[in-house]
Design a protein around this ligand. Sequence first.
Ligand code: NAD
Length: 553
Amino acid sequence: MVGARPVRAPRGNRLTCRGWPQEAAFRMLHNNLDPEVAERPDDLVVYGGTGRAARSWAAFDAMCRTLTTLAGDETMLVQSGQPVGVFRTHEWAPRVLIANSNLVPDWANWDEFRRLEAAGLTMYGQMTAGSWIYIGTQGILQGTYECFAEIARRRFGGTLAGTITLTAGVGGMGGAQPLAITMNGGVALCIDVDRGRLERRLATRYLDEIAGSLDDAVARCTAARDGRQARSVGVVGNAAVLVPRLLELDFPADVVTDQTPAHDPLSYVPADLTPEATAALARDDPDELVRRARASMAAHCQAMVGFLDRGSEVFDYGNSLRVEAQLGGFDRAFDYPGFLPAYIRPLFCEGKGPFRWVALSGDPADIAATDRAVLAELPDDEPLARWIRLAGARVDFQGLPARICWLGYGERHRLGLRFNEMVRTGEVSAPIVIGRDHLDSGSVASPYRETEAMADGSDAIADWPLLNALVNTACGATWVSIHHGGGVGIGRSIHAGMVCVADGTALAAEKLERVLTADPGTGVIRHADAGYDRAVEVAGERRVRLPMREGPP
Ligand code: NAD
C-alpha cells in the first residue's frame, strides 16, 4: 500500500473525474493536502492541531478512486475521513456527504475521542480540513482583518497605527494575525514555540521579521509603534513563559489575544517542553501531558488577565484557552470576552460571514478576474473594495489560487451567479468552487465562540447547524459536511460546511442561487430567533421569512 507522499491538485481543464462537481471534490481534497497548503501533510494534518483531510492514506486513495468513477447522480458518503458508501441519489443531490468527529453527547469528550482515533475509527476534521475547502492561511485572514478593524474602530479611532498587539501561535490559522494587524496599520508581537512555523510565515510574507531575543523583539516593536509603522515581529518562545515575562516587563501591549492550539491540550506545548518532547509525551503519557499543558495554559491566561487589569484590550480568539486554563486551576479565565460577542455578532445578524472561492484551473489570472467582478458587482462597499485590493497585493496563494471575503445575505448568491456566468462565457478558464469556513453565522453551535453569550441564552442549541446542513443538501450544494469539535475541541461545538461548484451550467446556476441564499439565510433566522433586532430588521428588509413573526393571512 502506498503511504505518505506529496500530493497536488490537478490543474487546467482536463477532467480526471466524470463531471466537474466530482472533479471539484477530487481537486479540493488534493489541494487540502498540498505541502504548500497543509501544515503537516505527511500525517494528513491540514491545520488546527490535528485537523485532517482524510483518516489514512488508504482512505485518501479510496476517496480519490471513488470520486474518479462517481456518476453525476451518485453520492459518496464519508465517515470521519474514510469513504463508507456510494448510493444512487440524483443530480440535484450533493456528490459527497461528510460527517466528521461526531460522538453521542454523553461520550463526547477527548478521552473517548482519542480512544476511537487510536483504534482507527475516527479522525479530527477541524472545520475546513475535513470538509475540503481549506485555502491556506488566507482563509482566516479576512475574518482576522475584519476583527482587528473592528477593534481599531471601537478603541483606537479607526486604525491600529501607533498600537501594539501581543499574540501567540502562528500556525495555519494563527499565522494570519501578523498580516491582519499590519494591514490595519499596527505592530504585532507574535510568539511561537516552533521556529519553523515563524519561518513559514516569513516565507509567505505573513510575518515581517523574526527577532533574536525577547528584548530585541520588545525594542523592535516599540520603535515601530513610536514611528507609527505597521510591522510584525516574531519571537521564538513559549507563550506560557513569555506572556507572563512581558507582563513583568510592563510591555506596552494595547491589544492581547492568542491563537495557540489551546482547544486540544495534546497540541499545546507546555512551558517546560519542546514541540518534539510534547509529541513524544502525547504518545507515551497523554494524561500527564494534559495536566502539564493545562497548568501552562493557566499561567498563560493569568498573564492575559494581568494585561486586562492594566487596561489592554484582551479577547479570546476562539481556541478555548479560557476553558483549558480554568481546568488548569485559574478561576478568572472568563474575565475577558470571546471575540464573537465582542466584535463579530452584529455582522452575523446580517447573515454576514465567509465567502471563499477557488480557481480550479490553477491560474491566478482567474482569481484576478473574479476580484474585478467582485468590485464591479458591489461597487458601494468600500471596506470590501479595500480588502480585495490589499489581498490582491499582499496575499501569496497557497495551492490552488483562491480568495475570500465576507458577504451578507443577498450578496453571496449574486456573486455566485456572476462567477458561474464567467465560467460559462470563458472569462475564467475553468470552473470555480465556492464555499465557506465555519466561523459563520448560521451553521455553528459553539458556546465558547460563535454562539457565546447569545441574547436568549441559546448558546448550546445545536439544531441550527444541522438544519443548515440539511437545507444546503436540499438546495443542491456539491458537498455538505457536519462536524463536531472544530476550533474549540471535542464536546464544545457542532458545525456544518458546504461547497458549491460554479461550472457554467444552467443547473449550477439554479443550485448556486438556492444554496447561497439559504446558507446565509440560516444566519439571519438564527439571530432573529434569538431576539437580535438587527437580524429581524434584515429579515424584513431582505424578505427572509420568519414564520413565528408572520401574522394570520
Ligand atoms: P496550528 O496547530 O496550525 O498552529 C498552532 C501554533 O501554535 C503552532 O505554530 C505551534 O508551534 C504553536 N504553539 C503551540 N503551543 C504553543 C505555546 N505554548 N506557545 C507558543 N506557541 C505554541 O493551529 P491553527 O490552525 O493556527 O489554530 C490555532 C488555534 O486557533 C486552534 O485552537 C484553532 O482551533 C483556533 N482557531 C481559531 C479560529 C478563529 O477564528 N479565531 C479559527 C480557526 C481555528
